[in-house]
Design a protein around this ligand. Structure first.
Ligand SMILES: Nc1ncnc2c1ncn2[C@@H]1O[C@H](COP(=O)(O)OP(=O)(O)OP(=O)(O)O)[C@@H](O)[C@H]1O
Ligand SMILES: [Mg+2]
Length: 279
């Protein structure tokens, strides 16, 4: 038989364990958010260094074509500078990739504390992040293209949200849409007209941010696992599978919900729905 004293001790030990686990969980939440946020600028660094490498090759060709007009001294200088530039760019790329792999290794769980709500022009925010996502896609995926149709509800006034969180949610939904479009474009080629439709509207007390893509859509399995941490159908290095988990978390923290609808082969629709008056 255990004495009351022993039971008390056991309870205290368990409570301590729970506290430790809670601490770990919130640390993990924070880490995953940071990782997700850092990966995008790092992709820019890596991809623009790749792009610059190609540009140097083009430049070298142009110089070769005009070699007869350049003195041999100048030519030597040019070649030295080009060699240095190439080396620098290779270093930028190498270390960018190293940083990417480091943060991917630290990757753990979802998100941290609630941020500050600020009255925000939601239409402007949506517009800004849709185009940011579009330009990022164009920088990362050669030949990516899509027509973007925007329809904004002018009656929407400033809405109290955590702008950095909502912008991240928008960016993730938009990135997913563009990626689905990109995948479909690669399969169907010329006759496919990639399109993203962006709509904001108010429905009573709720605000709806809606994104309709005509990408490849989702299977039932993907629909079921959509919000699971680390669930991704993207190739290694392309997706962490945290985007929608983080997005759902952000929308829940705003007291809202996400609706989606998707048909395999013809596209998906995602709506971020949040209360307008929640301060
Ligand atoms: N608009 C969409 N069209 C088709 N599939 C989608 C769409 N949005 C999400 N998905 C599917 O849901 C999966 C999970 O999305 P989620 O954003 O959570 O992760 P991810 O995009 O793979 O990685 P990341 O962490 O970089 O966002 C995707 O891999 C994709 O298969
Ligand atoms: Mg994503």
């Amino acid at each position: 038989m255990e004495t009351t004293e022993q039971l008390k001790e056991q309870i205290e030990a368990l409570q301590q364990q729970i506290k430790e686990q809670e601490k770990l969980a919130s640390l993990g939440l924070l880490t995953a958010g940071i990782v997700h946020e850092i990966r995008n600028p790092l992709n820019f660094v890596i991809n623009f260094s790749k792009l610059s490498d190609t540009l140097i090759k083009d430049l070298a060709d142009d110089i070769d074509d005009n070699a007869d007009k350049i003195s041999s001294d100048d030519m030597e200088d040019i070649e030295d500078i080009m060699a240095d530039l190439k080396e620098n760019i290779a270093k930028i790329r190498e270390h960018g990739e190293r940083a990417t792999s480091i943060i991917q290794n630290i990757l753990q769980y979802s998100r941290g504390k609630e941020g500050l709500r600020i009255p925000t022009n939601i239409n402007a925010l949506v517009h800004e992040y849709v185009w940011l996502g579009y330009h990022a896609m164009r920088a990362n995926y050669n030949g990516f293209n899509a027509s973007i149709k925007e329809q904004y509800d002018d009656t929407l006034t400033d809405i109290a949200i955590v702008p950095q969180d909502i912008s991240r949610a928008i960016l993730n939904v938009v990135n997913n849409a563009f990626y689905a479009i990109w995948e479909r474009a690669n399969i169907e080629g010329e006759q496919y007209h990639p399109e993203l439709q962006v709509t904001t509207s108010s429905e009573g007390e709720m605000l709806r941010l809606r994104f309709d893509d005509n990408g490849g859509g989702m299977t039932d399995e993907v629909k079921q696992k959509l919000y699971d941490n680390f669930f991704t159908t993207k190739p290694v290095g392309q997706g962490t599978g945290l985007g929608m988990a983080i997005t759902l978390n952000i929308i829940h923290q705003h007291g809202g919900r996400i609706e989606f609808d998707s048909t395999l082969g013809s596209g998906s629709s995602f709506s971020l729905i949040i209360p307008i008056n929640k301060k």
